[in-house]
Design a protein around this ligand. Structure first.
Ligand SMILES: NC(=O)c1ccc[n+]([C@@H]2O[C@H](COP(=O)([O-])OP(=O)(O)OC[C@H]3O[C@@H](n4cnc5c(N)ncnc54)[C@H](O)[C@@H]3O)[C@@H](O)[C@H]2O)c1
Length: 372
């Protein structure tokens, strides 16, 4: 019988198989993940732990997580820490790096930021600081490493976002990496979008000027295990309604569209960028199809929930209490992923209905989340 735990174990095993070459190449070199306590951290961290235990115990990847735990310390990370080659350090990346930080990280993933629109609108300055000042601290570290020649950096991944494209003009959908975007720089989402854009500018200039292996990911709407039910993004919101046996509440007219990418597929893509990506190159990571409206998403989740739990709720529409919930919300978002497919072997595999089914089973086992 499948449950939250078996779903996670299956995903981790499948991800390790897809990443044999990349994780193999990282063996024995230290990895630092900032923001590892967050949604993407859930699989970014656990896949390394799984690899170390089940695939390559003889050549582990020692992993350090920096996180300021602004959104709480998740139980899964508290449990892992100390039991494996994983170290958690509570550190705010917008502050100078700790004096006693190891000088031999071979790989760094900078995922610390506040990704949920509800929360970044609440903490706009902290969001910009993590994406700009936090990034700068890490880039200076990399530059020093390169200059000393003792531990030349193996790879650095900056998490940008599909939000760098803003609300693309219709002729730019689906959206490729060479689109420059249509972004408000003063609206309520600008703290996020613009700091990701400046972050990318910092990355490409450090990469070019100091010959550093810096790569950029632009995630498009990842979802699945690890995305806390309290996160206020749309899929956990609908899951909360379903598990509470209430109607699914849509906070828009249901028309905006997205393509959703199951997190296990996306995390495979991120490690492929880290190891195989080109210097100063950015890659869209998402799925091209199906592009579905929020109304269609609600219907598909209700269908899956009916089969799994006999759910019989309806879909209702209302407006958010949050005044700026829909301001500058892109109407459509859909990536061109050819660059990642052709250049680094990215290959998303999980069909949306299967991904929603897996997510609902995960939420069934994780119906509450600690929240700061
Ligand atoms: N999940 C997606 O679909 C998506 C889409 C686009 C971009 N991204 C980007 O990917 C990265 C990870 O996203 P996520 O969904 O896991 O986000 P998340 O909000 O779930 O987790 C981010 C983590 O960063 C930590 N953090 C925030 N500010 C920090 C700071 N100053 N110092 C140290 N830690 C800090 C938080 O405590 C949290 O654990 C982010 O940079 C995000 O902007 C994600």
């Amino acid at each position: 019988m499948e449950n939250a735990n078996t779903i996670v174990q299956q995903d981790l095993a499948s991800m390790c198989r897809q990443l044999e070459t990349e994780l193999g190449a990282m063996g024995g070199r230290k990895l630092l993940i900032t923001g590892g306590a967050g949604f993407l951290g859930y699989y970014l961290v656990q896949v390394v732990d799984f690899w170390n235990r089940e695939f390559r115990p003889s050549e582990k990847i020692p992993l350090t997580v920096f996180d300021n735990l602004i959104r709480g310390l998740p139980e899964w990370l508290a449990q892992l820490e100390g039991q494996s080659a994983i170290r958690l350090i509570q550190h705010d990346i917008s502050r100078p790096l700790p004096d006693d930080m190891d000088d031999d990280f071979g790989f760094i993933i900078h995922a610390a930021s506040i990704a949920s629109p509800t929360f970044y609108r609440k903490h706009p300055i902290e969001t910009m600081d993590a994406n700009v000042n936090g990034l700068r601290h890490l880039l200076e570290y990399l530059k020093k490493q390169q200059a000393s020649g003792q531990y030349p950096p193996g790879g650095f991944l900056f998490y940008s976002s599909s939000e760098v494209y803003g609300d693309p003009t219709p002729d730019q959908i689906p959206t490729a990496e060479n689109y420059n975007g249509n972004v408000s720089f003063t609206g309520p989402r600008a703290c996020y979008d613009e700091s990701k854009r400046y972050g990318e500018t910092l990355c490409v200039n450090f990469a070019r000027q100091f010959d550093l292996p810096i790569k950029i990911a632009r995630p498009f709407n990842n979802y699945g295990p690890g995305l806390k039910i309290s996160d206020r993004r749309v899929i956990p919101d609908f899951a909360r309604n379903i598990l509470g046996n209430q109607d699914i509440v849509m906070l828009s007219d249901g028309k905006p569209t997205r393509t959703f990418c199951y997190v296990a597929d996306a995390v495979v893509g991120y490690y492929k960028i880290l190891v195989n990506g080109g210097k100063a190159e950015a890659y869209n990571i998402g799925t091209k199809t199906p592009e579905i409206s929020m109304a269609e998403l609600a219907r598909r989740m209700a269908d899956q929930a009916k089969q799994l739990f006999g759910y019989t709720g309806r879909v209702i529409t209302t407006t958010s209490d949050e005044k700026e919930y829909l301001v500058d919300n892109p109407n459509r978002r859909c990536p061109v992923i050819d660059k990642a497919v052709n250049e680094i072997g990215y290959c998303p595999q999980t069909d949306i209905d299967e991904g929603l089914r897996r997510s609902l089973l995960w939420y069934q086992g994780n119906p509450v989340a600690e929240e700061a």
